[in-house]
Structure formats: C-alpha cells, structure tokens
Design a protein around this ligand. Structure first.
Ligand SMILES: [Zn+2]
Length: 310
C-alpha cells in the first residue's frame, strides 16, 4: 500500500470511529419508532468550557447513527436569567442562539426551565414593567408557541409544560398553575385514544433523584424532596393521569442526576444535564450527558443516556 493510500484509509477509519453510534436492544423488532435526542440543562454562559461543551453536545446529537428525527431542549438553556440584568441575559441568549445555529440543523422543541425566566430574583430595580419580564423573553427568543404547548409525531402526542411558578414569599415552586391545568385537562381529553402521550416538564413530575440532589438526609434520617425540585402537585396529577392510560412517558431534567421510575403505567425519566456539574465535570456520579429516547408504536419506550465526552 502506498503511503498516501495508507494515510487515506487510516483517516477514514479514524473518521468512522469518531462517529457516535449505538443501537437499542431489540430495536429491529420494533417498528414505527419516534426517535429523538433530549438535551436538558445546557446552562450555557460565556467561557471556553461551556461554549465548546454545548457545541460538542449538539454536534454529537446531530451525528448519531441512526439519526434522530428531532431534538427536545428540556430547559435551563442558559446559566441564569432569574438574577441577571438585561445585558447579561441578552449575552447568554445570543450565545445559545449562535451555538445552536452552527451545531443544529434538526427541528427543536423547547421547554422553559427555571433559570430561563428573567428577573424574578433581581433585588433592586426589579424590571416588572419591562415587557420581557418573567417568561415572555424566553418564549419570544425561543419562538415557542406559548409557555406550554403540544405537538404530534406519528402515534405520539407530546405535551410540553411550564413547571416553574413564582413564590411571592421568595423562590419558586414546581406546579401547574390553574390556567395551565385547565388547558392540560382539555388537551388530555381531546387527544385521540389511539395516540400515546409523552409529557415534557423541566422539573420532574415524579423523581427519586429530586430527593438525592443534596446528597444527604435530614438529621433525623428523613429524605426530603424540596418543592422546587419535584412537582408539588404530583398527587393530583397522578389522579388525572389514571384517567388516561395512554399517558406513557414523562421526561424531565433540572436535577442534573438521572433516574427512571415505572409508576402506575407511566415511565418517568429524569435525564441528567448537558452541563453536568454546571460545567465543572460530573455532578455526583453523573457525567455531562443527554438522552436518546425511542417511542414505539405499541406505547412502549426506551431511553439511553449518552456521555458525549465533555
Ligand atoms: Zn432547572
């Protein structure tokens, strides 16, 4: 073999080996799969590590073999705008858009994370009169139809929720506000019975890792789940869900840890974080990662977590 041929072949092999590739167990037996990447908690901010990390994660998701059909962004796209002034918030959104433009050509569906909400925690001169205050900025910049919305892919109906509600006494609480709840009820009632339902929320509706976030118990041994780490309305949502056996999957992020729970016929997946420990490596045992989800025509599903090598 000539040296130039050797170099060409070597380059081809190296190129091929760099392409991320995996397959799900039994995927050949399933037909009509809806297949997508779920990237949550990117928390991009100016800096070489967050910028190259976000680019790497989205590039990785684009290059999967077999390809994914679309991407869901699970929220907390930027590091934080709850406390940031207008200029800092704009800088973070500009960065998010410029990296996404370069690294993503797939359709993308966005969900609002708590850190994407503007101005709630600004202490002095809270910009309440600004039209972008609160959730309007994120809805507008990500061109979302509304802060909560739905879409359909083949046999699956997706319902994207807005988990984060302001606590007037300070902080935020995870629940579905009354206006959104009545929309959710009618959305569920109107979804044809032969469609399966996948619900997306930034904060988990049900999660055990929500109780493990602080990596400790209370002094008396109780494991506490804070009201900003899991939906406080889980028990009422559970009762609603029982009326709709076609609800099969709930996807979330927020905790930066990963779990999967099979509870009363619904699979609840908490899907780690693209930024891991806010761009300083793994958070507890979980490296920076994103999920690939497959939803099958029979209502079953698979999730695989991908360590994209940040
Ligand atoms: Zn969050």
């Amino acid at each position: 073999m000539k040296r130039s041929e050797f170099l060409q072949n070597t380059a081809a092999v190296i190129g091929a080996s760099l392409l991320p590739s995996f397959s799900f167990a039994g995927e050949n037996e399933k037909t009509g799969t809806v297949r997508f990447a779920y990237l949550t908690d990117t928390h991009v901010k100016p800096g070489i590590i967050p910028e190259t990390g976000m680019a790497k994660a989205f590039h990785h998701a684009q290059s999967l073999k077999p390809k994914v059909d679309f991407i869901i962004n699970g929220g907390d796209s930027i590091m934080d705008s709850l406390e940031a002034d207008k200029q800092k918030t704009q800088t973070q959104w500009d960065l998010f858009h410029s990296i996404l433009k370069k690294e993503n050509s797939l359709p993308i569906y966005h969900c609002i994370g708590n850190h994407d909400v503007w101005g709630w925690f600004i202490k002095n001169d809270k910009p309440e009169a600004d039209k972008l205050y609160g959730k309007l900025w994120v809805v507008e910049t990500l061109e979302m139809p509304k802060r909560y919305y739905s879409f359909t892919k083949d046999k699956w109906h997706f319902i994207v929720l807005d988990s984060t509600q302001l606590n007037p006494a300070g902080g935020y609480i995870a629940y579905i506000d009354p206006e959104q709840l009545s929309w959710l009820q009618s959305e569920l009632a109107q979804t044809p019975k032969d469609k399966f339902i996948c619900i997306v929320s930034h904060i988990p509706i049900l999660s055990i890792c929500a109780g493990l976030f602080f990596d400790k118990t209370e002094t008396n041994g109780d494991l506490k789940i804070q009201r900003n780490l899991m939906h406080t309305d889980f028990l009422s949502l559970k009762k609603i869900f029982l009326n709709y056996p076609n609800i099969k999957v709930c996807l979330s992020g927020h905790i930066h840890l990963q779990d999967e729970i099979n509870y009363l016929g619904v699979k609840y997946y908490c899907n780690g974080a693209v930024c891991g420990n806010w761009w300083s490596g793994a958070f507890q045992e979980f490296a920076p990662a994103y999920a690939v989800i497959e939803l099958y025509d029979d209502g079953t599903c698979s999730r695989k977590m991908i360590d994209y090598g940040q």
